[in-house]
Ligand binder design. Sequence first.
Ligand SMILES: Nc1ncnc2c1ncn2[C@@H]1O[C@H](COP(=O)(O)OP(=O)(O)OP(=O)(O)O)[C@@H](O)[C@H]1O
Ligand SMILES: [Mg+2]
Length: 203
Amino acid sequence: MSLPSSNTVWHRASVTRDRRHQLNQHKSVILWFTGLSGAGKSTLAHAVEEKLHLSGCRTFVLDGDNVRHGLCGDLGFSDQDRRENIRRIAEVAKLMLEAGVITLTAFISPFNAERQQARELMPTNDFIEIYCQCDIAVCEQRDVKGLYKKARSGEIAQFTGISSPYEPPVNPELIIDTDLFSLDECVEQVLALLKQRAVVAEQ
Ligand SMILES: Nc1ncnc2c1ncn2[C@@H]1O[C@H](COP(=O)(O)OP(=O)(O)OP(=O)(O)O)[C@@H](O)[C@H]1O
Ligand SMILES: [Mg+2]
């Protein structure tokens, strides 16, 4: 997926990812949260980050709206721009993975193909896809940002779940039903997976 750049030669760092892992006392991975708007990606990603940070882990959340303010500020919401949005985020996440950071991404990322591309960019097992599963009626009822109301009235076009498709993950590492479990329970499900995979140590 990398774009061709001529006359560039990769400089190999002496401080490797393994050495960073040793220094940090945890591994780096990408926790890729996907789901409808209002499904709880941001809430969950930040709550997981809070717990990890308190236990001494190096973490960072790449969050949809924030990235669209800067790195992807030139992109809209057409299918093509959504794809480019995800491609850039995946490349940034890959750099953060190399930097030894537990990276949490909170993007709707509605298409299987782009999530698959992001997965393929990373070393095997470093990409953990977490599907925040939530009935659209519940998302619409939550309507955290008031966007569903605007989408229903036609004020916003190409809104995921209403006028733009969302393709649920085919084989995610974790499915979290955010409309069935409390936030704390959802956080515990993520942390349990990280311990099971020895990303972080059992406390
Ligand atoms: N178990 C849960 N996990 C996460 N969020 C929950 C849960 N239960 C209720 N909520 C609520 O659902 C809302 C989720 O909103 P949030 O902004 O996190 O969604 P999002 O998936 O990031 O949406 P967007 O794609 O628009 O950024 C919040 O108001 C949160 O408090
Ligand atoms: Mg969000």
